[in-house]
Design a protein around this ligand. Structure first.
Ligand code: SAM
Length: 215
């Protein structure tokens, strides 16, 4: 599965997506992540990618030309949908991540900055708009990483044997509920004991206890 991410801050992606599970998934060729700098496509001699909004008002708007050129270029490499990260989009969820992972469809993730992007780019190129929650961030880079991470870990083989997503919070197996509490060694920590049933080795009782602890 291939993710192409369009941003004016490509360095933001240097750390997070190059560590741990995502790094291993890239090395094992289960996913590909390509980050493109929108600024590389601007024909403006000062390399500007923003301008004042028509109609006035505070803030700047990302200009259409570099976005259009960048998207057209990336569409030749990636045939998946163009997803614009925006607070105005449909709210992302585990169910949406599962659907996108099941399709195993490549995708192009477009990160906005400032007040957002020129509406004509949305009309021309955007297939889907996704929000990661009802709050406003400075840019679409964190949302793009959230999608990439949440979808990638559902791709078969990405999580090792030790890790599993089958019984995570919001999974089908847990009836879309939030997970039960976890405990590990030692059995007593700072005077607090692990619930006895978890030490009993009685699988049926453990299963019932966990079911009752779902929220
Ligand atoms: N003026 C926009 C609004 O009120 O909806 C907010 C723009 S925000 C400062 C800049 C960019 O950050 C957005 O274009 C979008 O790409 C990204 N962004 C901010 N919050 C987001 C969220 N909750 N979900 C997805 N993207 C978000």
């Amino acid at each position: 599965m291939r993710f192409d991410i369009l941003t004016i801050f490509p360095n933001i992606f240097d750390s997070y997506l190059k560590e741990s599970i995502i790094k291993r998934a890239i090395e094992n060729k289960l996913i590909e992540i390509h980050v493109h700098d929108i600024r590389d496509y601007t024909k403006n001699k000062h390399k500007r990618v923003d301008d004042v909004p028509f109609g006035g008002g505070a803030g700047m708007v990302m200009t259409p030309q570099p976005l259009d050129d960048a998207i057209q270029h990336v569409k030749k490499l990636n045939k998946g949908p163009v997803i614009f990260l925006t607070p105005q989009g449909q709210t992302f969820s585990q169910t949406k991540a599962e659907k996108l992972a099941a399709k195993s469809e490549d995708m192009i993730l477009l990160c906005g900055r400032y007040e957002g992007i020129d509406q004509r780019i949305r009309d021309l190129h955007v297939d889907l708009e996704i929000s990661i929650g009802n709050y406003v961030l400075t840019g679409g880079e964190l949302p793009a990483m959230v999608l990439t991470d949440a979808i990638s870990r559902l791709i078969p083989g990405v999580l090792g044997k030790e890790e599993s997503h089958q019984e995570d919070s919001f999974s089908k197996a847990l009836n879309r509920k939030k997970e039960y509490p976890h405990y590990t060694r030692p059995a007593t920590f700072k005077g607090m004991d692990v619930p006895e049933v978890l030490l009993s080795g009685h699988h049926k009782k453990i299963e019932t206890w966990r079911k009752n602890k779902l929220k």
